[in-house]
Write a protein that binds this ligand. Sequence first.
Ligand SMILES: CC(C)(COP(=O)(O)OP(=O)(O)OC[C@H]1O[C@@H](n2cnc3c(N)ncnc32)[C@H](O)[C@@H]1OP(=O)(O)O)[C@@H](O)C(=O)NCCC(=O)NCCS
Length: 181
Amino acid sequence: MAGDFIITLLDVDRHDRSAFDCGETELNRYLQMTARQHLQKGIANTYVLVRREEPSKILGYFTLSFLQVDLTELPAQYRNKLPKTSLPAAKLGRLAIDRKCQGNNYGRLLLVDAMRRVAGTIRNAAGVIGLFVDAKNPHVAAFYRKFGFIPLEENPLFLMLPQQTILAAFPERKAAHNSST
Ligand SMILES: CC(C)(COP(=O)(O)OP(=O)(O)OC[C@H]1O[C@@H](n2cnc3c(N)ncnc32)[C@H](O)[C@@H]1OP(=O)(O)O)[C@@H](O)C(=O)NCCC(=O)NCCS
């Protein structure tokens, strides 16, 4: 399946945003009206899912950015050993699949891709304590829980995928042993 698809940064010259409809007006409008500005301003990246054979048609998208969370918001088991300050985190701002394609594991494909990007960020660029998402409703929260997201005590629609879960899902590849000197 993965070989038939491309997940890439939104490029408004190549990707047709107008036909996208996930059934949620706010998420459609974000893609159509705001995503490009946020990308240009460097405050949120939008990644789109397209088929290799039809690369202009957007099947789904997600956004990634950073946020700060307060230590007190975290589940108790993650509070220990962390500094008692605001902590850096990654944010899955939006995730949406076109209505005609829902239920085909495309949401899973995008979520796993977002996790892989965050694992790369932690290892190669900047530390974050996890990936956070604001679920729109309890049904969507159930979707995220399937992947290991943990609801926060104060607000069960705000969920965290801990750094440890993300890194365990994408173990670092061992460098090939080089015997020459
Ligand atoms: C929620 C959404 C992203 C899921 O994407 P999808 O492609 O339909 O989901 P997938 O086919 O990848 O499903 C993966 C798994 O999650 C489950 N799942 C999908 N939607 C779910 C939901 N709303 N509630 C609970 N579980 C859900 C599937 O049953 C599947 O589980 P399985 O492997 O055990 O069968 C998509 O339905 C969507 O875009 N909805 C409208 C926009 C929206 O609400 N976005 C979330 C914003 S917070």
